[in-house]
Design a protein around this ligand. Structure first.
Ligand SMILES: [Zn+2]
Length: 257
């Protein structure tokens, strides 16, 4: 009887873990989602997912009409300058989560982003997946990216980070990456889905439009993969929400204090 109870408890735990895994947006985006509808993802991050990772910042509490735009995976020599030009038209500021290796390749673009008043954040050196990487390698990669990206803001590639890694990043401890500064782990409230090649650009824009609320953090990508949808949706979004009285701000280093 005791053995049966233990076995049931064990099965319950496995089932719970599978459910938690299925709740993450990248399960639905990844190749493991083949059995399900392709390209299904959460435009707005659901409350229960936010609860699973309370140490992360998902949005900024405010009643003011503010949108926090963010761009991942750059800098790119052509796409990032085009984004900067578009933002300039509306005096919009944004946050760029850069890949260290791209900053190494395109330092001028990186400095242009900063000189034009935007924020930058660390998105690891080689865009690595926290779930598939042991802590030593993961923190080593973030640490390496820090020699190129001067920021305490961090966004995990694919949004995948183990809870143990998250804990270490947001606290002071003796790991090299967290030695000097606490990190602010910035997730998002609105996913553009701009990386999905089959997503119609107009649909991409309409989905974001519906999901936006004061203080939300929106994710775009300044990458080749996302450009067709991002370069269509971004100007429309800036135009539409500016006319509604919204302003666009960067994420400050002391956010969440
Ligand atoms: Zn990324």
């Amino acid at each position: 009887m005791v053995k049966i109870q233990a076995a049931l408890r064990f099965l319950g735990c496995i089932f719970e873990l599978i459910l938690i895994y299925m709740m993450t947006p990248h399960f639905w985006q990844g190749s493991k989602a083949k059995f399900f509808k392709k390209d299904l993802f959460f435009v707005t991050t659901p409350w229960w997912l936010r609860k699973l990772f309370p140490g992360c910042i998902w949005d900024i509490k405010t009643k003011e009409k503010v949108i926090y735009l963010s761009f991942d995976d750059g800098p790119h020599p052509v796409i990032t300058p085009a984004v900067l030009e578009e933002l300039k038209k509306y005096n919009a500021k944004a946050t760029f989560f850069c890949i260290g290796d791209n900053v190494r390749k395109f330092p001028r673009i990186y400095h242009r982003v900063i000189n034009e008043g935007h924020a930058v954040g660390n998105h690891t050196m080689r865009h690595i997946d926290g779930w598939k990487t042991n802590d030593e390698i993961y923190f080593g990669d973030i640490h390496k990216a820090r020699s190129y990206i001067k920021s305490n803001l961090f966004r995990p590639p694919y949004g995948r980070i183990k809870r143990s890694q998250l804990k270490q990043l947001i606290r002071f401890n003796d790991l090299p990456v967290a030695k000097t500064r606490k990190h602010k782990v910035i997730m998002w409230s609105v996913l553009a889905g701009d990386w999905i090649a089959t997503l119609d650009p107009e649909k991409c824009f309409q989905q974001i439009k519906k999901a936006i609320y004061p203080g939300c953090i929106v994710v775009f990508h300044d990458s080749e993969k996302a450009n067709a949808r991002m370069s269509y949706a971004l100007p429309k979004l800036l135009e539409h929400f500016s006319s509604e009285g919204y302003i666009f701000k960067k994420i400050e280093a002391d956010i969440g204090k």
